[in-house]
Design a protein around this ligand. Structure first.
Ligand code: FAD
Ligand code: NAI
Length: 468
C-alpha cells in the first residue's frame, strides 16, 4: 500500500536496465511502483538502441562473414552468400520488439505502472510528467546516458551520413568507407559489423591504443587482431572537422598532439567517443540536487543521493556504463528502499566487447596493480594451446589471470577468445567468492572446452600449466 501522503511508494525515472529492473524488484517487494519513460517502448538504451540491436547485427554479420569465406571455407564448405540488408535489419528490429514488449509484460505482471512522458522534478517528492503532478515517497533517477558530441562533427542520423551508434545500427546501405571516430567499445563492435558486411573501415583513435581501461596485453592483442581482420587504424589522431558534400564526407584529421593535418574522404562517419549522463530537463535543482564535474549524480554506497529520499543508479551515476551494472544496482536500490540490504560489489563488474574474438575482463589490470603498488603474479595461457579452440580452428587470443603474490587471491582476469564473454562469468563467480588461482586450477573443467584455458591460466600463475 502506498503511504497515504503520496501517489506511489516508489517512482522510477527511466525504464532502461537500471530503471526497469528496479521497478520490477520494487513491485515484487510489494511497493506501489510507477516508472516514467519518455520513449515509445521500455528497455532504455540497452534494449532499443544499444546492447540488443548491436548484438543482433554482430550475430547476423558474423554469419555472413563466416559464409563468405570465414570458417565455412576452412571446413570445405563453399557458399556464395548474398546480403539482404533490409532482412537483416528487420530481424534485428524483431528481436528488439520481442524484448521491449517482454518488459511491458513484466511491468503488468509485477503491477508496475508505466507513466509515459518526460519527467521533471517539482520538489523532492513531486515529479511533473506531461503536465501531471505525480508524488512518491522515494524517487529513483535512472535516466541513463546519451552520446557525447564531437565539436565540428555534426551527427545527423536522419541523413545517415554522419551518425552516432543509433544511426549506425540503422543504415540502409553498406558503407563504402566508414570512418569510426573513437576506438572504444562501440567503435570496434559497430566497425566490425560493417567491415564484415563489406565496408572499408578506418578507426581514428585519440590515444595510442584501442580500448582504454582494459588490460595492456589485451589492448595490444586486440589491435593486432583487428588489424589482421582489415580494420585500418589511425592511432594518436583526432578528427577536427567533417563536411558533408553529397554522398561523401571530408574529414580533417591531425595528430592528437596537434599538427600534420590531413584530409580523408569517407562515405559514412560514426562518432563514438563516449557517452554522457542524461540530466537535461530533469530540473534537478528543484529537488535540491546538482551534478558533479562529469555531469553525474553522486550517490553513496546505498545508491542514495544527497537528498535522502532520492536515489540514483545506472549510467547517470559514477562507474562503468554497462547494462548489467545498471541492472544489479536496480535490484539493490529497490531492496534498500524496501528496508532490506541491497549491495553491489563494484570490484567484480565484468566488461565484454562482443567482437570476434570477444574481449572480456573483470577486476584489475596489471597496469592498475602496478599503480596501486600491489605485488602480483600473472598466469597466461594462449587459446592456441586449448584443444577445443584448436579443434574449432578459432585459436586467436589468450587468458590472463592476475593474482595477489602473497595470498594468491584472484584480482583480475582478462580474456580474448571466441567465447570470452561466456568464460568471464566463471571468473566473476570465483572472484565473488574470494577464490585463489589455486582454487580455479584445482576445479575440474569439462574437456574439451574453451573454459579449460582459464584453468590452465590459473595453473600458470604458479608456473605449472599442463599443455604449455
Ligand atoms: P538507459 O538504458 O540509458 O535508460 C534510461 C532511460 O531513461 C531511457 O530510455 C530514456 O529515454 C529515459 N529517460 C531519460 N530521461 C528521462 C526523463 N527525464 N523522463 C523520462 N524518461 C527519461 N552495455 C552492456 O553491458 N553490454 C552491451 O553489449 C552494451 N552494448 C551497447 C551498445 C550500444 C550501441 C550502446 C549505445 C550502449 C551499449 N551498452 C552496453 C551500454 C548500456 O546500454 C547502458 O549501460 C545501459 O543501457 C544503461 O542503463 P540505464 O538504465 O542506466 O540507462
Ligand atoms: P568508449 O569510452 O568505450 O570509447 C571512446 C573512445 O574514443 C576512447 O578510446 C577514446 O580515447 C576515444 N576518443 C575520445 N575522444 C576522441 C576524439 N576526439 N577523437 C578520437 N578518439 C577519441 O566509448 P564508446 O565506444 O562511445 O561507448 C560508450 C559506452 O557505452 C562505454 O562506456 C561502454 O561501456 C558502453 N558500451 C558497452 C558495450 C559493451 O559492453 N559491449 C558496447 C557498446 C557500448
Amino acid at each position: 500500500m502506498a503511504d497515504h501522503n503520496y501517489d506511489y511508494d516508489v517512482l522510477i525515472i527511466g525504464a532502461g536496465p537500471g530503471g526497469y529492473v528496479a521497478a520490477i524488484r520494487a513491485g515484487q517487494l510489494g511497493l506501489k511502483t510507477a516508472c516514467v519513460e519518455s520513449r515509445e517502448t521500455l528497455g532504455g538504451t540497452c534494449l532499443n538502441v544499444g546492447c540488443i540491436p548491436s548484438k543482433a547485427l554482430l550475430h547476423g554479420s558474423e554469419l555472413f562473414e563466416e559464409a563468405a569465406g570465414g570458417h565455412f571455407a576452412t571446413w570445405g564448405i563453399t557458399a556464395t552468400p548474398k546480403l539482404d540488408l533490409s532482412k537483416m535489419m528487420a530481424e534485428k528490429t524483431k528481436a528488439v520488439g520481442e524484448l521491449t514488449g517482454g518488459i511491458e509484460f513484466l511491468f503488468k505482471k509485477n503491477k508496475v505502472t508505466w507513466l509515459k512522458g518526460h519527467a521533471a522534478f517539482e520538489d523532492a517528492h513531486t515529479v511533473n510528467v506531461g503536465g501531471e503532478k505525480v508524488t512518491a515517497k522515494d524517487i529513483v533517477i535512472a535516466t541513463g546516458s546519451n552520446v557525447t558530441p564531437l565539436p565540428g562533427v555534426e551527427v545527423d542520423n536522419a541523413a545517415k551520413r554522419i551518425v552516432d551508434s543509433t544511426g549506425a545500427l540503422d543504415l540502409d546501405e553498406v558503407p563504402e568507407h566508414l570512418v569510426v571516430i573513437g576506438g572504444g567499445v562501440i567503435g570496434l563492435e559497430l566497425g566490425s559489423v560493417w567491415r564484415r558486411l563489406g565496408a572499408k573501415v578506418t578507426v581514428v583513435e585519440f590515444l595510442d591504443q584501442l580500448l582504454p581501461g582494459m588490460d595492456g596485453d589485451v589492448r595490444k592483442e586486440a589491435q593486432k587482431i583487428f588489424k589482421k581482420q582489415g580494420i585500418d587504424m589511425m592511432l594518436s589522431h583526432k578528427v577536427t572537422g567533417a563536411k558533408v558534400a553529397g554522398k561523401k564526407v571530408a574529414l580533417t584529421i591531425e595528430k592528437s598532439a596537434g599538427g600534420d593535418e590531413q584530409t580523408i574522404t569517407a562515405s559514412h562517419v560514426l562518432v563514438s567517443i563516449g557517452r554522457r549522463p542524461n540530466t537535461d530537463g530533469l530540473a534537478l535543482d528543484k529537488a535540491g540536487l546538482a551534478v558533479n564535474k562529469r555531469g553525474q549524480i553522486e550517490i553513496d554506497h546505498d545508491f542514495r543521493t544527497s537528498v535522502p529520499n532520492i536515489w540514483g543508479i545506472g549510467d547517470v551515476v559514477p562507474g562503468p556504463m554497462l547494462a548489467h551494472k545498471a541492472e544489479d544496482e536496480g535490484i539493490a536500490v529497490a531492496e534498500n528502499i524496501a528496508g532490506l540490504t541491497g549491495i553491489v560489489n563494484h570490484d567484480v563488474i565484468p566488461s565484454v566487447v562482443y567482437t570476434a574474438p570477444e574481449i572480456a575482463g573483470v577486476g584489475i589490470t596489471e597496469e592498475e596493480a602496478k599503480e596501486r603498488g600491489l605485488s602480483v603474479k600473472v598466469g597466461k595461457f594462449p587459446m592456441m594451446a586449448n584443444s577445443r579452440a584448436k579443434a574449432n580452428r578459432d585459436t586467436d587470443g589468450f587468458v590472463k589471470v592476475i593474482a595477489d603474490a602473497e595470498t594468491d587471491r584472484v584480482l583480475g582476469v582478462w580474456i580474448i577468445a571466441s567465447l570470452a564473454g561466456t568464460m568471464i562469468a566463471e571468473a566473476c563467480i570465483a572472484m565473488e567468492f574470494g577464490a585463489t588461482s589455486e582454487d580455479i586450477a584445482y576445479t575440474c573443467h569439462a574437456h574439451p572446452t574453451h573454459a579449460e584455458a582459464l584453468k590452465e591460466a590459473a595453473m600458470a600463475v604458479t608456473g605449472k600449466p599442463i599443455h604449455m
